[in-house]
Design a binder for this molecule. Structure first.
Ligand SMILES: [Ca+2]
Ligand SMILES: [Ca+2]
Length: 116
């Protein structure tokens, strides 16, 4: 359950980037600020931090209730979202990055990010 939340977060980080933009954009390209066709850990965490800020409507550094994104259990049933602090969000984002960075070189390629 914890792991699926992290995967959900990663998917949100990548897919959500596209949803936040006007018109079709390349979400991987948005995260890749240096344009080297790789997303560094720093670029990823910057993006996730800015997403937390977007979600946290009342700026209390906790996502609760309607601020939270939908989560699902392993059978795909919706679960009540639990409160997420900014520290948890950043920590989970780092774990999501580690899971996605299959060769552990500190960068996500398009393949690793699932953003072909
Ligand atoms: Ca909040
Ligand atoms: Ca990598």
């Amino acid at each position: 359950m914890r792991a699926s939340w992290i995967i959900c977060l990663l998917a949100l980080g990548i897919a959500g980037t596209a949803m936040a933009q006007d018109g079709p954009r390349d979400p991987f390209g948005v995260m890749d600020q240096s344009g080297d066709n790789k997303v560094s850990r720093e670029e990823f965490l910057n993006r996730m931090a800015s997403m937390f800020h977007d979600l946290d409507k009342d700026n209390d550094r906790v996502l609760r209730g309607g601020e939270n994104f939908p989560v699902y259990d392993s059978k795909g049933a919706p679960m009540a979202p639990r409160d997420v602090t900014v520290d948890e969000f950043v920590q989970a984002s780092g774990q999501a990055f580690n899971m996605a960075d299959q060769n552990a070189d500190g960068f996500l390629t398009r393949d690793e990010a699932g953003a072909n």
